[in-house]
Write a protein that binds this ligand. Structure first.
Ligand SMILES: NC(=O)c1ccc[n+]([C@@H]2O[C@H](COP(=O)([O-])OP(=O)(O)OC[C@H]3O[C@@H](n4cnc5c(N)ncnc54)[C@H](OP(=O)(O)O)[C@@H]3O)[C@@H](O)[C@H]2O)c1
Length: 257
């Protein structure tokens, strides 16, 4: 028996697919033959992704909604089943990011934003797909953490704690839903090229380059070729005996701490 990494025909929801890592994930999964539901909030970004996916010959459904909205997450699952008849995978990648704030100054709005769109959004998405995956007797859920959560990045209080809450939910879901044939794992990526400082800011650029130079794999990750293949493995049959785990797709960055 061969363990299959093939995703042909699998129906996979990728939230936050309209830019950054999610966009690379969508492109890679489309190339592997998955049928996709791609989401984000800003319609113009989804339109531009749709053009790209059309060019790749992908079968996909773009949906615009906020992952903090529980009803909208349910509606997404209904729309997915209405269009494709099933849901094989959920990649809960979307989260709203807010810039760095010293812990002593963190306010309620900072915590609410990161927790509403992070662990709460991830939970609403997981709850929305769960009945469908359970009925199928198979499902793959991939959540998104961060090495900032594991290491406790200074200035990243709301973000780091929200990411660790997502890892906590990942483990609980893995335990509760394993007998239903559903695996739940978390990926911590490093792929920030789309956030790179501009060439005319040499100070920030030098800091940026130093960060990567110190990593065991001394470069930024590419969403499509470095992060997406790890996610694809977790969506495939080849990872069927793996659940509740955190996978660092970070060039070894976590070992710097
Ligand atoms: N980049 C890294 O190196 C890195 C490192 C560690 C962890 N991560 C994690 O990896 C994931 C992707 O990171 P990224 O850098 O690609 O993020 P990003 O560039 O900020 O993109 C986020 C994506 O999610 C969508 N989004 C944001 N808030 C949303 C919301 N409330 N509801 C629905 N969609 C929303 C955005 O589109 P709209 O704005 O149009 O909604 C966009 O498509 C995140 O969970 C992030 O925390 C990233």
């Amino acid at each position: 028996m061969t363990l299959d990494t093939d995703l042909t025909g699998r129906v996979v929801v990728v939230t936050g697919a309209s830019r950054g890592i999610g966009r690379g994930l969508a492109r890679h999964l489309a190339g592997r033959g998955a049928r996709l539901v791609v989401t984000g909030r800003k319609q113009h970004r989804l339109d531009s992704l749709a053009q790209e996916l059309d060019g790749l010959g992908a079968d996909f459904l773009p949906l615009s909604f906020d992952v903090a909205d529980r009803e909208a997450c349910r509606a997404m699952a209904d729309a997915t089943v209405a269009r494709f008849g099933r849901i094989d995978g959920l990649v809960a990648n979307a989260q709203t990011f807010r810039s760095v704030t010293p812990l002593a100054e963190v306010g309620e709005a900072d915590m609410d934003l990161l927790f509403d769109t992070g662990p709460k959004g991830t939970l609403w998405l997981m709850q929305a797909v769960y009945p469908h995956m359970k009925a199928q007797g198979r499902g793959r859920i991939v959540t998104f953490g961060s090495n900032a959560g594991l290491t406790g990045g200074a200035g990243y209080g709301p973000y780091s704690s929200s990411k660790e809450a997502i890892r906590g939910l990942t483990r609980v879901a893995a335990r509760e839903w394993g007998a239903d044939g559903i695996t739940v794992n978390c990926v911590c990526p490093v792929s920030a090229g789309h956030r790179a400082p501009p060439d005319d800011d040499p100070q920030r650029k030098a800091l940026w380059e130093r960060t990567y130079a110190n990593q065991p794999i001394p470069r930024d990750g590419d969403a499509e070729t470095d992060i997406a293949p790890v996610v694809a493995f977790l969506l495939s049959d080849a990872s069927q005996y793996m659940t509740g785990q955190t996978v660092m797709a970070d060039g070894g960055a976590v070992m710097l701490h």
